[in-house]
Design a protein around this ligand. Sequence first.
Ligand SMILES: Nc1ncnc2c1ncn2[C@@H]1O[C@H](COP(=O)(O)OP(=O)(O)OP(=O)(O)O)[C@@H](O)[C@H]1O
Ligand SMILES: [Mg+2]
Length: 313
Amino acid sequence: MRVAFVGKGGSGKTTVSALFARYVASLGDPVVAVDADINQHLALVLGLEEAPEPLGAHLTEIKELLRGSNPLIASAEAMVKTTPPGRGSRILRFDDLPYTVRTPEGPRLMATGPFSEDDLGVACYHSKVGAVELLLNHLVDGHGEYVVVDMTAGADSFASGLFTRFDLTFLVAEPTRQGVSVYRQYREYAADYDVPIAVVGNKVHGPDDVEFLREHVGDDLLTWMEHSTAVRAMEQGRPFTLDDLEPANAEALSVLVKAVDSREKDWVRFGHQAAEFHLRNARAWANERTGLDLSAQIDPGFVYGPASLDCRP
Ligand SMILES: Nc1ncnc2c1ncn2[C@@H]1O[C@H](COP(=O)(O)OP(=O)(O)OP(=O)(O)O)[C@@H](O)[C@H]1O
Ligand SMILES: [Mg+2]
């Protein structure tokens, strides 16, 4: 199952996604956390001194790996972030996800790599996140396996098809007007694409905060994290384990896990949208960039989901 954490800058995406990943690992389940944010911060919060090999530096290898022997994709150069899998492509199981490192508490970590100021708003930024989109497009995951993506702040996360690649998207929102404004934006995009979202309140100080969130996001409010002294202590460099987390916050994490576990995978929507975003991308810039008709990369005979593992080369 794949989950994304989105929300306003500073709302707590990195903190909550890291806590979620650690919590899942503490239950004994496999989890890969993915840092897809502009400011790469997840390694630190997961207790790693050094960030893993950045995906952005291995884009060509990733493309070579994924295109496998798919006859519709002539070379890595012909592959763009939305190029969908087809017959012959290398389909990944959860354990095949490349470029991950183990963090001290158990979650594995994968990172897009840092973005420089120059990357922002241009192709580079999107191609780094594009590695994540490609990997997710070629991944067949199931219940009890968790990919947790810490996304970039604000509306940037729906600049590509990436936001449709998840079984559930958690929108982290502080109980402030700005906090819920990202929710409104996201809700509209999500509704247009049938993307399931749930709001996780964060840094909640009391019943008035909960009331505020309820008023603005209604039933989309799944649960909330209280302002945490333990998290603050961790930020101050003091040792932290999940046992230090306040019981209400640990309970909130368990609510998140249950919400993910209760989702059914929708491989049909997944496949339709992979093709839809690829066509859109092809028309917008990718045909011109590659000098190819990229719509020909869509394999109408390819079946998404577990069935695609059977015809692995
Ligand atoms: N529940 C919480 N209790 C106390 N502090 C928190 C909580 N959640 C987040 N914080 C603190 O708020 C700050 C911002 O959190 P975090 O870095 O996770 O946000 P972010 O949404 O990932 O930010 P960015 O948009 O910069 O990536 C951090 O100092 C973090 O420790
Ligand atoms: Mg962050």
